[in-house]
Design a protein around this ligand. Structure first.
Ligand SMILES: Nc1ncnc2c1ncn2[C@@H]1O[C@H](COP(=O)(O)OP(=O)(O)OP(=O)(O)O)[C@@H](O)[C@H]1O
Ligand SMILES: [Mg+2]
Length: 194
């Protein structure tokens, strides 16, 4: 078993074409709370892997507590290639629209949670913060997080990538309402900071 990544929450291993994602105990959290959080995120991720309508790694097994075993997606992290291929953001926009049309909020839309596979399809991973909601506000915040990720990691291509993303996202039901709400979310953010 080879360790391939250690994120804020989890350690990931690769083994025979599978990825084992284990959520680590955090000693700074109260034990009961820590167990509950890890269990909740593991369950969310496992359940989303079973029902998300967009390309995702296949769930192989889970203990519903701290560990998920899933298919390894072979490809390039979108974080590493978006600067050269900002047009990829259009596909990402389409996929987020599809998720939102099924009332699924990803909750952590960054380009390190997306992999471009050999068939040139963007595959979303990391559903530990995902949840169900039909609320315009939750969809707007999801997009706001993606814009922030673009701003911090893909500053060079921010404008081009955002344009492509929004073009793809036009497929979302209530697109106009969501974008209007996004503007409000951003004004609110600015208001808070100022
Ligand atoms: N199914 C998979 N196939 C291939 N690589 C994967 C898969 N799942 C995760 N990875 C790799 O491991 C990294 C971390 O996984 P993940 O995002 O699920 O955990 P995380 O704890 O949120 O980490 P981070 O804080 O870095 O986002 C990913 O960025 C990706 O490179
Ligand atoms: Mg991640």
């Amino acid at each position: 078993m080879k360790e391939i990544a250690r994120g804020a929450e989890a350690v990931l291993y690769e083994h025979k074409g599978m990825i084992i994602k284990r959520r680590l105990r955090k000693n700074y959290r109260i034990k009961e709370l820590d167990e509950e959080l890890r269990k909740q995120r593991t369950r969310r991720e496992a359940s989303l892997l079973l029902k998300t309508p967009i390309p995702h790694p296949r769930l192989i097994r889970t203990d519903y507590k701290e560990e998920i075993v899933m298919e390894r997606v072979i490809g390039e992290k979108v974080r590493d290639i978006l600067d050269e291929k900002p047009e990829l953001a259009r596909q990402i926009g389409c996929l987020v629209a599809e998720l939102h049309n099924h009332n699924i909020i990803h909750g952590d839309l960054t380009t390190s949670n997306m992999i471009l596979n050999k068939e040139k399809n963007v595959v979303f991973i990391d559903f530990g913060l995902s949840f169900h909601s039909h609320k315009i506000e939750d969809k707007a915040v999801d997009i706001h997080l993606f814009k922030q990720a673009l701003d911090s990691k893909h500053h060079k291509v921010y404008d081009a990538a955002l344009k492509e993303f929004l073009e793809g996202y036009k497929k979302a039901n209530k697109y106009k309402e969501i974008i209007k709400r996004l503007e409000m979310v951003e004004l609110r953010g600015r208001y808070k900071k100022g």
